[in-house]
Every structure is written in C-alpha cells, then in structure tokens.
Design a protein around this ligand. Sequence first.
Ligand SMILES: NC(=O)c1ccc[n+]([C@@H]2O[C@H](COP(=O)([O-])OP(=O)(O)OC[C@H]3O[C@@H](n4cnc5c(N)ncnc54)[C@H](O)[C@@H]3O)[C@@H](O)[C@H]2O)c1
Length: 453
Amino acid sequence: MKSVFKRRDFLAAGAALAGSLLLPSAHAAIRPRVRLGMIGTGMRGQVLLQELLRRDDVDVVALCDIEPVMLGKALKQVEKFGKARPQTYGEDRDPQAYKRMLDAGKLDGVIIATPWEWHAPMAIAAMQARVPVGCEVVAGITLQDHWDVLNTQLNTGTPYMLLENVCYRRDVMAVLQMVRAGVFGELVHLQGGYQHDLRAVKFNSGDPARPYGGGVEFGSKGWSEARWRTEHSVQRNGELYPSHGIGPCAMYSNINRGNRFTRINTFASKARGLHDYIVKQGGPQHPNARVQFKLGDVVTTTLACENGETIILQHDTSLPRPYSLGFRVQGTDGLWMDVNHSIHIEGKSKPHQWDDFQQWQDRYEHPLWKKYARTAEGAGHGGMDFFVIHAFVEALKAEAPMPIDIYDAVTWSAITPLSEQSIAQNFQTLDFPDFTAGQWKSRKPLFAFDDRY
Ligand SMILES: NC(=O)c1ccc[n+]([C@@H]2O[C@H](COP(=O)([O-])OP(=O)(O)OC[C@H]3O[C@@H](n4cnc5c(N)ncnc54)[C@H](O)[C@@H]3O)[C@@H](O)[C@H]2O)c1
C-alpha cells in the first residue's frame, strides 16, 4: 500500500499533475490484483459488485451494509461466482460500521454506493484511512461538503474517482473522439441532463421483492431508493443529479483542463408530478397525498464557460416520459443530438438534414469500446458499468491518476448546491467556484485517451 501514496504525492501536490504529459497509457500495471471493499450493497452496489466479481484481478474482501437483506443478496452474488466470502460489516445496523471496515487496513480501494448524504463522510473517512475511493455520484450535499472532500483528497493524497458511468457510454465516447478530431469545429454550446421518469423508483410498497413501483410509500415505509432519495424531492429544489449530463459535456469542453465554469443559474418549474402520481396510484386519501414536494418537475440550469461555451442541464424525474439524457454537442461545423440519434455536419451532411448517428459512431468508435465491447456485454447500463469499474481498477493497479478525478467530482457535483442557491435567490446567476485554484489553466485532459482506461 505504501507505494501507492509515495507515487501519489504528486496528486496531492496537484500542481505537479498540471501540465504533466503522463497519460494513463504511460502507466503499466504495478500490482496484478487489488483487494476491494464496498460500502452500500443495495441495488446499485449489487450491479457494481457483479462487475467486480466478473474480474480476475479483483478480490472483494469486505462488504458493508446496514440492511441485512441487501447484504445477504450481495453475499449470494459472491457465492454464485464461487469466490471467497468477504468480511462483512453492518449486520448490527450500526451506520458507522463502515469505519471499522476502513480501519481494518486490508483494502486497496473501496467503492461507495450508499445514499447521497453518506458519500462525503464515507469518502472523507476512507481517504483519511488511506483507502482509495471510487464514489458513486454525487460527491456531497452542501457546497462545504465539496470543499471538505476536495481538501481531504489534497491533504491525504489518497486517490478518488467519481464513478460517473455515462462518460463511458458508447455513443458518448464516440462523440468524444469526434470532438477531439475537430469534427464539430469549435464547440459553442452543449446540453445534457437527467431526464428519467423516477416515479416508480421514488415510490414503492416497501416490499424488498419489488423495489420499483407497486405502491406510493417512501421514507421508512419504502424500499431501496424510495427510503432515502424521495426525501430529497420533499426537502430540496435544484439540479439534484447533475453528473450524468455534465460529465460528458465537461469532458468535451475540457472543464478544469483549459476551461472552467464561470457562472451558473437555475430555474425550476412548479412541482406537480410526484403529487399527481400519488393521487393516481394511491388515491387522494393516501397520507402521502398531503406531502408537499419542493423539487420542481423540470429544473433547468445554465452554465457559462471561460472559453465562451454555454451548457444547459435539465433535471426531469417526476413526470411521465421515456428516458433520455438529452445530449447536444454543437460547434461551428455542426451538431449531434442523442434524442433522435442524429448528427449534422456542414459539408458532409445534406444541407439542413440530419444523418443517422450510427455510421458516425462506427467510424469514430472509441478504442476502449473497440477493445472491450464483447467483455462489456451484459454489464449494467448497456455495458458502460463495465468501463467505469474497469477504469477504477486499472488506475489503482497502475497507480495512475484517476481518469475522473477529484476536481471533476467536486466541480460536477457542486452544481447541485449552487443550483439550489440560485433557485432560492429567485433564479439568481452566481459565480462558479474554481476548485482548482487556477490550475485549470495548465492541467491537461486525462480521460480515456487510449484503449486501457
Ligand atoms: N451511476 C448510476 O448509474 C447509478 C444508478 C443507480 C444508483 N446510483 C447511485 O448509487 C447510490 C446507491 O443507490 P442504490 O440505488 O443502490 O440505493 P439503495 O437504497 O438500493 O442502496 C443503498 C444501500 O446503502 C445502504 N446504507 C445506507 N446507509 C448506510 C451506512 N451508513 N452504512 C452502510 N450501508 C448503508 C442501504 O442499506 C442500502 O442497501 C446512490 O448514490 C445512487 O445515486 C448510481
């Protein structure tokens, strides 16, 4: 373990990484395998665990969850793969059990897949225990959380990666290749978001056998995400889940690496969808029909960038709609929009007409997808969950910089508290903090330059 942190001193220093030409491809695997733990073995944890268990370079040595049913399901997965039983923590329902797991000192890394409010304290505790972190989206709740996570990473030098899987989506990565090849010309405007009807995620009957839909309970009577995520829609109004949309847009526009967000504002529509769902599914007399939801049904955030681009994010989780992340990448030579799988490039496409994106995707397939498409088959979210775990594990093995690093994590995730502040201040436009303290000017892009990770 020691060597990780010696090599990682340059990460802590931050400035040394800035300007470094060392891309992940320059790093060979130093350790053939890693011992990982996981905190939170719920619905998401189990998907990520599957990816860890499929690998022959990972030993899952510890699992922590305070819900025995979820812990039991995870142990069953391990058994199914014929792997050694990991040490378990949290059977006593002690919410601090994860600290014992971190302090046991046997981990080369930990995956955090717990409710949002736990991400910052768990990541901070792990980094303080010198256990590298792969953290599910988001990085924290308040703006101060984001500074605390960042400062802990800088002070300890412990690696941290935000496990933002959409950055690894097949079309998203092909577009990254196209952006880098200059196909769109100079980037001018980008869009993305989280447009996903979550009503059957936010409400269920509390039955572990049916985590999605089937009832209108939440909080202590709900199960899985309904237990904790719905409360955020009661208490908060903002862009609550920014990273699936902003991650790819930030990679395309080199945020924190030659570019940065300068200003942000957010508008929120009225909140009707969740109440409407409860009334339709549970009847007007159901006690939850009296709950007042604060989260606007459609929340629209605009970001301005130092290099002159604008980015729009939309959070839309409470109304009936098919899933779409709503990507749009637009430059001086044309644009891609994922909702209609279409692209238009001036001089290549017929004037004023869309081309089907597939032929472009095939032509600009990212080397990672060329190499691992077969391996990723069957992995969660159309394969991208393989890639995000692969990146974390390979970076750990190579003791290389995390491709989605601490600056990415806090910059993308801090959109949430800033959007809440903007809405609360009558949709005011706010300055966006520079978490890199000026290093954005000289830092170089790291993400996915070759076929390793
Ligand atoms: N990247 C993606 O595509 C994606 C998809 C789904 C969920 N997520 C994220 O993954 C995280 C988990 O979501 P989920 O769907 O698995 O929710 P979940 O409710 O199914 O699982 C969370 C688990 O954390 C456990 N937990 C809560 N407090 C704990 C503590 N103090 N110590 C140990 N365990 C604790 C719960 O018992 C539960 O089993 C969230 O941050 C969510 O946003 C990401």
